[in-house]
Ligand binder design. Structure first.
Ligand code: NAP
Ligand code: G3H
Length: 482
């Protein structure tokens, strides 16, 4: 199934059921050891026009296909993913330096996501509404409301979950009757193209899923402003997300952007379990998750005991190559590591206490923990997307809430406490998409609603919510003559 998409590491795009090359190409190197993972097409605007026209022409027949038939294709796709976990995992480990355990988990989770989406799609229902529900109207009108596709969904995915965050856009869009154009991140594109090959092999009709590779900085603006794109489903940085929101105009969109998720630790928390959970939340995949714990707000009285637990668990982290199942692996590129180093240096310069880490070998940064981080340091506010965790000591719950909410981001916050009243009172005051109680921030299970406030995004993902977002209610009104 993967043979026709690539020859000698030269990958092609899926276009109308065929794999096609472009004149210009981009070499993708591994963040692990700089080996050449492969070469991908850098599509031109003219080529992109052909793709968009083809996606438009293919959408109607797909929308007319019975939902149960669309669901069967998605089930086949999930089965193919399950069969290819080992093969895909090796590609991902090499391309994005994610550890084997997390790659395997991402692929299996994606298969479950697609299956659940197929079944959820079968429950897509409209409704009928009588006019007399509204004051002053009689029983002589009925509105038949059906769910119809929006048209062409442009799915733009980030490097850190090239399979899952591509599929979490593609599958709900497809079950809703849309055609999809996938523009994966350049680093991660080879993993994502394999996912496209699986959808193709499963029987998604020609042109219903097409791919466009190329640097976002070159082709991105053209795609998001193209008149035939009907929906943009974007995951990535706040900087790029805001830029797209400004230029794209009146196109509906979902934006999943950056975060600065806090772990608030209260005096009565189970400190042992909180310490373990926070370390897993902060350092898995080297902190390159939107939902990583990116700051700790701990009540001063329990800060020292929390630090003992954090240090105990950080010492257990394996650092090195993803193929050796290390949790802390090289960052996606050198400039990402430079940025993390900048934040570390700024914290040191402003007097934060380094508890461990600040060791770097090229793009590999060792897990770094800082105590006594204060609100005048960049590390208190900026998203490192790397393995560095600041501890901000607070005197009470009120101060924790104020600092948590002062962030420009609003993705998730965790609250560790045994007092359920405190937990809910704090949750009510936090301006975020999700509050986790005694649990690290995380997206799954994938049918839960997932959203961010402020610079963390707009719209809601989660299987049912994503399908709803990428379909619209169409009303047909019948006037009954007496
Ligand atoms: P990124 O640099 O913003 O890239 C995301 C995607 O946008 C890539 O496919 C990129 O393509 C493309 N792109 C770049 N410029 C574009 C433009 N002008 N128009 C259209 N597309 C454009 O983000 P990243 O580094 O891949 O991912 C890390 C960030 O994503 C972090 O901030 C993280 O918090 C966030 N994230 C958020 C969530 C969430 O659910 N909230 C989930 C995962 C990640 P190229 O690769 O070709 O540049
Ligand atoms: O990076 C953003 C992902 O949506 C986070 O998913 O919480 O399962 O790691 P996760």
């Amino acid at each position: 199934m993967f043979h026709s998409m690539c020859e000698d590491k030269i990958y092609k795009n899926l276009f109308n059921g065929d794999w096609v090359a472009s004149t210009n190409t981009i070499d993708v190197f591994s963040p692990v050891d700089n080996n050449l993972v492969g070469t991908i097409p850098a599509m031109s605007k003219d080529e992109a026009n052909l793709v968009i026209a083809n996606s438009k022409a293919s959408q109607k027949d797909w929308a007319n296909m019975a939902i149960s038939s669309r669901a069967s294709i998605l089930h086949k796709c999930a089965a193919l993913l399950d069969e290819n976990v080992d093969y895909l995992s090796v590609i991902m480990q090499n391309e994005i330096a994610k550890d084997k355990h997390s790659c395997d988990a991402e692929i299996k989770r994606t298969a479950d996501f697609i299956r659940f989406t197929a079944d959820a799609g079968k429950n897509l229902e409209g409704e009928t509404i009588g006019a007399d529900n509204f004051p002053g109207f009689k029983k002589n009108k009925i509105s038949f409301v059906t769910k119809v596709p929006v048209g062409i969904v442009l799915a733009i995915s980030p490097f850190n979950y090239p399979i899952n965050l591509s599929a979490s856009k593609i599958a709900p869009a497809l079950i809703g009757g849309n055609s999809v154009i996938l523009k994966p991140s350049t680093q991660g594109a080879i993993s994502a193209l394999h996912l496209a090959a699986i959808f193709h092999e499963a029987g998604v009709p020609h042109g219903v899923l097409n791919t466009i590779t190329g640097r976002g900085s070159e082709i991105g603006d053209y795609l998001v402003t193209h008149k035939d794109i009907n929906f943009i489903n974007f995951t990535g940085s706040t900087e790029v997300g805001k830029h797209i929101a400004v230029i794209a105009g009146m196109v509906p969109m979902i934006m999943e952007l950056g975060g600065k998720d806090a772990a608030i630790v209260l005096c009565d928390a189970d400190i042992e379990s909180a310490g373990k959970d926070i370390v897993a939340g902060a350092f898995s995949y080297s902190g390159q998750r939107c939902t990583a714990v990116k700051r700790i707000l701990v009540i001063n009285d329990v800060a020292d005991s929390l630090i003992i637990e954090l240090m105990k668990n950080i010492k257990l982290l394996k650092v090195g190559a993803p193929q050796d199942d290390c949790e802390v692996t090289p960052l996606i590129d050198n400039s990402a590591a430079d940025y993390v180093q900048e934040l570390i240096d700024d914290a040191l310069h402003h007097g934060a206490t380094l508890l461990c880490g600040n060791k770097r070998i090229n793009n590999l940064i060792y897990p770094t923990l800082f105590d006594n981080v204060t609100t005048d340091m960049r590390l208190a506010w900026e998203e490192p997307f790397g393995p560095v965790l600041p501890i901000i000591r607070v005197k009470n719950i009120e101060e924790a809430i104020i600092i948590a909410n002062r962030s420009e981001y609003g993705l998730q916050t965790s609250v560790y406490t045994k007092n359920i009243d405190d937990a809910f009172n704090i949750a009510n005051q936090l301006d975020v998409g999700t509050v986790q109680i005694n649990n690290k921030p995380e997206r799954g299970p994938d049918h839960f609603p997932f959203s961010g406030t402020k610079s963390s995004g707009m719209g809601t993902q989660g299987i049912k919510y994503s399908i709803e977002a990428m379909t619209r209610s169409k009303a047909t009104v019948l006037l009954i003559n007496p």
